[in-house]
Design a protein around this ligand. Structure first.
Ligand code: FAD
Ligand code: NAP
Length: 541
């Protein structure tokens, strides 16, 4: 292939960005606005990242649409009209396509192209980036916008390949809608993806079996259309909404009750839980400030939750199976659903506990558990992701002394601020492990990271340096700080993907910064203001 003829290739780039989701698209726009030459490589045929790949029925955001959207441009905020409180996957994908067109981003994105390696030249301090199409470019900076939830996980069920019907993973959903009408369907997995898709599949399928290993907490979304008046009011007050989001713990404009759970009367406690319940979804984990720290406070929230859920499930035995008892509420991401629990009242839906009767094999006709054989036409795998590190581990990222990032991270990811890694100068992670990442509104989080990285690049140029690199001490201290903060909460009690617990053999460490979005941004700003404390700035030899 004549690469130079096919593309407007500048082999010596300022930056390569890997991934064209929310993070990669903003990185391209921002770095371009600094006058830098940038190429984005995207494995998929188009922009969107998460919202390109996860097209399963019922896929929506669980952060309100008006918050889960770029804040860097007033024009974008004012021109786009969200139609629902929680936008559907197609609407979010349309939004990202609209942004890509409006900002003329596509001309610097190479689609259908997977980055397979990024190798540091220790003399020039540049990165050689190689793709699966054979393209090789050299870049001063390498930004991994590869996404925390982009390596889908398919468990190795014996005989899965022999299944004669269709198998769909929620994260690799076909582009033409799947028709479940008249079909016997099995869904494996009851995380957010399973919980969003199950009610819709149940409406179509003749028979739906839900194979549940661990029940999850899920709070009704309270989704609704956004009226023209509501949208106008939000737009009129967008600046304040964003200000609150940037100063919040989770990147959206909702603040926990100012008092601790047990400080208030039982009536007030209940009223506050009810208020949060009405707000909908994942926000229920933040009703009171101590809910994720104090076991007694958490138990109050859990009991309120249990009462709500039991009230909508007809069969008490099914309710018992659906109520989690193995982890404090909120220590796994609370799912955000529409009619999930009510779905189990339908005559065509059966809940199967694969904790009690594990899946032993799949054969051409269906799934065999230790208890029964289930005849199926379609299997839906809603089995999640090798989160935070899985996608990066698929790329050969080679730093100083031939050091491989994936080997360096064998016992858990090692980053400073979730942004930089010692031994890997000018390699930046966006929403990497060690940042709040998925604990915050990920759109603002991506903006925060890209803005910080762009400012660091300007700093290097202004001071005539070539590269910036986290020190090993800063990385060690940051890992210790993240671990210590996590240990002071209830989060480490859950077998969550935050802990790497969903991937057999993966190191068990809490992979996120739990201290809150605003606190984290303050720390990043302090580091920058102190001349990039914990980083060394370097001239190439
Ligand atoms: P992604 O959107 O994951 O994009 C990464 C891109 O990198 C992908 O397109 C991928 O193809 C590409 N890529 C990866 N490796 C390579 C490679 N080697 N070479 C080339 N390209 C590569 N977060 C929220 O805050 N709120 C929500 O409501 C929410 N809902 C979610 C719903 C679902 C179904 C899922 C799975 C996640 C959700 N998340 C949510 C988290 C979501 O991942 C982030 O909000 C956000 O979309 C991540 O954007 P990103 O650009 O960082 O990564
Ligand atoms: P997940 O939360 O990891 O859920 C995976 C499910 O598959 C779990 O129920 C898990 O059971 C089950 N599973 C995995 N391996 C299994 C096996 N071998 N046998 C039986 N069951 C198995 O994944 P997800 O639902 O895709 O969600 C991941 C994250 O993406 C969410 O937490 C959220 O951050 C994001 N997301 C958000 C939304 C949204 O509402 N906007 C929607 C989808 C995803 P165990 O629990 O027992 O491991």
């Amino acid at each position: 292939m004549n690469i130079a003829a096919d593309h407007h290739v500048e082999p010596e780039l300022d930056a390569v960005v890997v991934g064209a989701g929310f993070a990669g698209l903003y990185a391209l726009h921002k770095l371009r606005s600094q006058g830098r030459s940038v190429r984005v490589f995207e494995a998929a045929p188009d922009v969107g990242g998460t919202w390109y790949h996860n097209r399963y029925p019922g896929a929506r955001c669980d952060v309100e649409s008006v918050d889960y959207s770029y804040s860097f441009s007033t024009e974008l905020e004012q021109q786009w009209n969200w139609t629902e409180k929680y936008a559907t996957q197609p609407e979010i994908l349309n939004y990202l396509n609209w942004v890509a067109d409006k900002l003329d981003l596509r001309r610097d994105v190479t689609f259908n192209t997977r980055v397979v390696s990024a190798v540091l030249d220790e003399t020039t301090l540049r990165w050689t980036v190689t793709t699966d199409t054979g393209e090789v470019v050299s870049a001063r900076f390498c930004l991994m916008a590869t996404g925390p939830l982009s390596a889908a996980m398919t468990p190795r069920f014996a005989g899965l390949d022999s299944f004669a019907g269709q198998i769909y993973h929620t994260a690799h959903w076909p582009h033409t809608p799947v028709d479940f009408t008249g079909k016997r369907v099995g869904v494996i997995g009851t995380g957010s993806s399973g919980i969003q898709s199950i009610p819709i599949i149940a409406e179509q399928a003749t028979q739906l079996y839900v194979f549940q290993r661990t029940p999850n907490y899920s709070v009704p979304a309270g989704n609704k259309p956004l009226s023209a008046d509501e949208l106008a009011e939000i737009k009129a007050n967008y600046a304040e909404r964003r200000r609150l989001s940037w100063r919040s713990g989770g990147g959206s404009p909702h603040i926990a009750h100012p008092k601790m759970t047990m400080e208030v009367s039982p009536e007030e406690r209940r009223a506050q839980f009810e208020k949060r319940w009405q707000l909908g979804g994942v926000l229920f984990s933040k009703t009171f400030p101590d809910q994720m720290i104090d076991p007694a406070a958490n138990e109050e929230a859990r009991a309120f939750y249990e009462e709500k859920i039991r009230a909508v499930i007809d069969d008490p035995e099914v309710a018992e199976m659906l109520i989690p008892s193995d982890h404090p509420i909120g220590t796994k991401r609370i799912c955000t659903d529409t009619n999930y629990f009510q779905t189990f009242n339908r005559p065509n839906v059966k809940l199967v506990s694969v904790r009690e009767t594990p899946i032993e094999s799949v054969d051409p006709t269906g799934i065999n558990t230790s208890g029964a054989h289930y005849v199926l036409d379609i299997i839906v795998l809603a089995t999640g992701f090798d989160a935070m590190t899985g996608t990066l581990a698929k790329i050969d990222i080679v730093g100083r002394g031939g050091q491989q990032l994936r080997e360096d991270w064998e016992h858990g990811p090692r980053t400073y601020l979730g942004l930089g890694v010692d031994g890997f100068p000018n390699l930046f992670l966006i929403s990497g492990p060690g940042a709040p990442a998925v604990l915050a509104n990920m759109v603002l989080h991506a903006e925060a990271h890209v803005n910080w990285i762009a400012a660091a690049m300007d700093y290097l140029d202004e001071h005539d340096y070539d590269a910036i690199e986290a020190t090993p001490e800063a990385v060690d201290n940051w890992i210790a700080e993240c671990a210590q903060r996590a240990e002071s909460t209830l989060f480490t009690q859950a077998n969550s993907w935050y802990m790497g617990a969903n991937v057999p053999g993966k190191a068990r460490v809490f992979m996120l910064f739990i201290g809150g979005f605003a606190v984290y941004n303050d720390i990043c700003a302090e580091v920058a203001d102190a001349g990039y404390k914990g980083f060394t700035v370097i001239k190439a030899s």
